[in-house]
Design a protein around this ligand. Structure first.
Ligand code: INI
Length: 157
């Protein structure tokens, strides 16, 4: 039988930073609410959650990396909404946000979660921000807790 990592999925004691884009704030504020709600339901205390707003999704990687480099956080959650109908540089913003967030996680070794909606229109974004298709912020919080616990378990074994 292979050795499988057994991790307990709870947030007790985890320190989480959330970076959230102000662009399309109507949507991203709901992602933030979903993330904070899921973190606290899983045992993360309010005082262990730090939130920073940035102008847009393009700025998420820079601030995520700065948080990661402090060594004071177990995971970083990046939240944004890039909506196709409202920009012609959609692909640049979405692509750079994804690549930069991914790089920040690899470079710092701190789990850095991609909670950026990329949709064709506002309706789809609202559906994924607490509407009929769930809340990506909440899913991102679950991913943060699980990945942070896994990294902790690997490092302490
Ligand atoms: N930022 C977003 O988060 N979502 C968008 O849909 C968007 N549009 O449409 O352009 C957007 N642009 C701003 C960008 O993220 C930067 O803040 C800006 O280019 C300054 O660097």
């Amino acid at each position: 039988m292979p050795n499988e990592m057994n991790i307990e999925i709870n947030g007790r004691g985890l320190r989480i930073a959330i970076v959230v884009a102000r662009f399309n704030e109507f949507v991203t504020r709901r992602l933030l609410e979903g993330a904070v709600d899921t973190l606290t339901r899983n045992g993360v205390t309010d005082s262990d959650i730090s939130v920073s707003w940035v102008p847009g999704s393009f700025e998420l990687p820079t601030v995520a990396k700065a948080y990661g480099e402090t060594g004071q956080f177990d995971a970083i959650i990046c939240l944004g909404a890039v909506i196709k109908g409202e920009t012609d540089h959609y692909e640049m913003v979405a692509g750079q946000a994804a690549a930069g967030i991914s790089a920040a996680g690899r470079e710092t070794g701190v789990p850095t979660i991609f909670g950026v909606l990329t949709t064709d229109n506002m309706e789809q974004a609202i559906n994924r921000a607490g509407g009929k298709s769930g809340n990506l912020g909440s899913n991102s919080a679950e991913a943060a807790i699980e990945t942070a616990r896994l990294v902790q378990a690997i490092k302490t074994n």
